[in-house]
Each structure stands twice: as C-alpha cells, then as structure tokens.
Design a protein around this ligand. Structure first.
Ligand code: HEM
Ligand code: NAG
Ligand code: NAG
Length: 331
C-alpha cells in the first residue's frame, strides 16, 4: 500500500518534531519584543517614568544605569546578578573592585521593581528591568532608541570573583579587553562602539591618574595626552591620595549622548587609557574616524551593539527565576 504519497506524508507528519527539536517547546529560548505585552502592559511606561524622574533629579543617573547594565551582562550574562547583595552563600558583585563605591543607580531599579510588583507581581525580571532602564536612560539624554527583546530571567547567584575577573580594567591592553568581549560573543567592533557609552558620565581620578604623573613608571605624564587636557586634569586630580575619588567627565565636551567622544580621542583628549588606546591601533582607529565623522552611523551601530550586549548569557524558559526583590533571590 505504499504509494507515491507515502514519503511526502511521512515528511509532513514528522516535520513538527524536527521543528520542535530546533526550538524545544515549551522552553522558548528566544527573547521576544512582546514578552510582557499581555502580562504587564504598563511595563514600558513604569520604567520610562522612573528613569525620567531619576535623570531629571540627577543627569548623571543616565550614565550610571547604562554602565550598570554593561556590568550585569559582561559578568556571567545579563541575569541581574549585579543587583544581588552579599549573602552567607556568596559574595556578590556590588563589592567587586570595579563596582564598589563606583556603580550607582541601584535605588532606581529597586523603585521600578516595587512599582511593577504592584501592577504585575512576580512577572518582570530584574534583568529585563535593567536592560529597559539602560535604553530609556540613553534615549533620555539624546541617544538612539532601539527595541529591547525581553524575557530574560534572573539568576540565583552572583560572584565577586567573576566580576573582578571579567569586567575590563581601564589600564589593561586593548587586546585583553577585546579578549574579554570575545569570550561573551562580542567582537572588536562592539568594543569600539560600546566604548562610546563613555560619551556619558564620570570617572574617579584614581582610574586614570597614572597618566597625569607617572605613566608606566616613567615619572612623567602620558606623552600622548593633550597638554591643555593634562593641565585641566591635574587641577581636578592633584597628586595626592586625597584626590582619588574626585570626578572628571569621561567626555568633557557635552553631557548629552553624542559622537563627540570619538572626536576627542582623535584629539588625544580621551580620559581613560582604554579609551585613548582605540586610536593607537590602526584597525580600531578607522572605526573611531568613521564614528567621529558620522553621528548617524554611531547611533545605528550603538543600538545594534546594545541589543547584542543584552543577549549575552541570558536565562530563558524555566531557567532562573523572577525575583520579587532585585537585591535578593527568592527563598
Ligand atoms: C571597554 C572597556 C571599558 C572599560 C575599561 C571601562 C572603564 C570604566 C571606568 C574606569 C569608569 C569610571 C568608574 C569610576 O571611576 O567609578 C567607567 C565609567 C563608565 N562606563 Fe565604562 N568601561 C568600559 C566599557 C563600557 C561600556 C561597554 C559601557 C556602556 C555601553 C560603559 C559605560 C560607562 C559609563 C556610562 C560610565 C560613567 C558612569 C557614571 O558616571 O556613573 N563603559 N568605565
Ligand atoms: C536626587 O539626586 C541626589 C544626588 O544628586 C540624591 O542624593 C537623591 O537621593 C536623589 N533624589 C531622588 C528623589 O531620587
Ligand atoms: C593581558 O592578559 C594577560 C593574561 O591574563 C596578562 O598576563 C597581562 O598582564 C595582561 N596585559 C595587560 C596590559 O593588561
């Protein structure tokens, strides 16, 4: 009874199974732009309002929220681990060297979470809140808008050791920084584009001070640093420990999100060694030139790299949990 229809029918009959192996049901692995459309329609408004209020009160908060999202994602993926307080079981990331007395904005995320728990309890992950807040923050200070794929779940642990090892340092080589990005599926273009986040915010003197007084043990300033920038920075960061936590803008030109950061690098006015390094390598220098000359290209590429960053190591489906409070795992 085998006819010429048998084989086509068999293929049709089996194809859903082949399909379901590629996209295992019901564990949808993909993030989804409409993830909370039915379960928490107020989500975008609640995040937008709170970020707006926080940035209105303190413009720097836009920078701080963007950076916090980066530090969440680059350490074991975007699973909200950066938000967890220390417990008896683990030392969290808040007190890791790059974060302690440096990361800001935890209270903004906590307030958003509190609002959300009123309207849609146990529904929206802290990792998604942080991702959306970073986008709103960028938009609010004049940066590009991009759609944020959603459906991340929250991790149940955090690691101070991972944070110390995985967050790039401002005094390590471009090669090492690129290696850290590559290990997360981000490439050298993402390094250049996302470093453009330094169009916003401030750095403490200790993060770049050796460029001013004792570059590479030479007893002299970094010879590539523009001399009038050097003079200004020395007045903000005098050569004593007491100045270590004074603040200098990462991009002195403007406090809004723009591509002037790249022009400053070309003018040898980058603040961090890791910023200025981007024009010392011919490959990345070409990208710096094009972003400096084309703000539209920068906006477009920044948005695309932010989506990539937001996809790093996400937990979906049944993995992880939806925390009730962003600072602690559910018991
Ligand atoms: C490429 C490697 C990177 C290094 C070495 C680096 C390093 C730093 C350092 C040392 C600071 C100053 C922290 C302090 O003094 O307390 C800082 C601030 C900042 N970083 Fe980065 N960063 C990198 C990438 C990124 C990325 C990818 C983003 C976001 C897309 C970002 C966004 C920011 C922002 C917005 C601030 C200012 C925060 C504030 O004012 O509160 N950084 N970064
Ligand atoms: C406003 O910003 C200041 C720091 O600039 C902060 O101390 C204060 O808590 C903020 N207030 C609100 C309501 O967010
Ligand atoms: C780059 O990483 C290697 C291996 O971790 C390390 O030994 C070296 O000191 C790093 N170089 C710089 C300049 O950070």
């Amino acid at each position: 009874m085998f006819s010429y229809l048998t084989l086509p029918c068999l293929i049709l009959f089996l194809s859903p199974y082949v399909h379901s192996q590629m996209y295992p049901f019901p564990y949808g692995q993909q993030l989804d732009y409409h993830f909370y459309d039915r379960t928490c329609p107020r989500l975008p408004m609640i995040v937008r309002y709170n970020v707006w209020a926080a940035v209105k009160n303190d413009t720097r908060m836009a920078a701080s929220l963007l950076r916090m999202h980066f530090h969440d994602c680059i350490v074991d993926g975007c699973e909200g681990s950066v938000l967890l307080d220390d417990t008896e079981d683990f030392k969290g990331e808040k007190n890791a060297l790059p974060n302690r007395n440096s990361l800001r904005g935890f209270e903004v995320i906590d307030t958003i979470k509190t609002d959300l728990e009123r309207f849609c309890p146990s529904t929206v992950s802290c990792a998604d809140i942080l991702t959306l807040a970073a986008r709103e923050a960028v938009v609010m200070v004049g940066g590009p808008f991009w759609n944020v794929p959603l459906g991340r779940r929250d991790g149940t642990t955090a690691s101070q050791k991972s944070a110390n090892e995985q967050i790039p340092s401002p005094i390590e080589s471009l090669q090492n920084i690129t290696a850290k990005f590559s290990s997360k599926g981000l490439d050298i273009k993402d390094v250049v584009v996302l470093s453009g986040g330094h169009t916003l915010g401030f750095a403490q003197c200790f993060t770049f001070k050796r460029r001013l007084f004792n570059f590479d043990g030479s007893g002299n300033p970094d010879p590539t640093l523009d001399s009038s920038v050097l003079t200004n920075l020395k007045s903000v960061c005098p050569n004593r420990d007491a100045s270590n936590s004074n603040l200098a803008p990462l991009d002195s030109s403007t406090s809004k999100f723009d591509n002037v950061y790249y022009t400053s690098l070309i003018n040898n006015a980058g603040l961090l060694e890791s910023d200025q390094a981007l024009v010392k390598d011919t490959n990345t220098a070409a990208m710096v030139n094009s972003y400096s000359g084309n703000s539209f290209l920068f906006s477009q590429d920044f948005a695309a790299s932010m989506v990539k960053l937001g996809n790093v190591g996400v937990l979906t489906g049944q993995k992880g949990q939806i925390r009730k409070k962003c600072g602690s795992v559910n018991y």
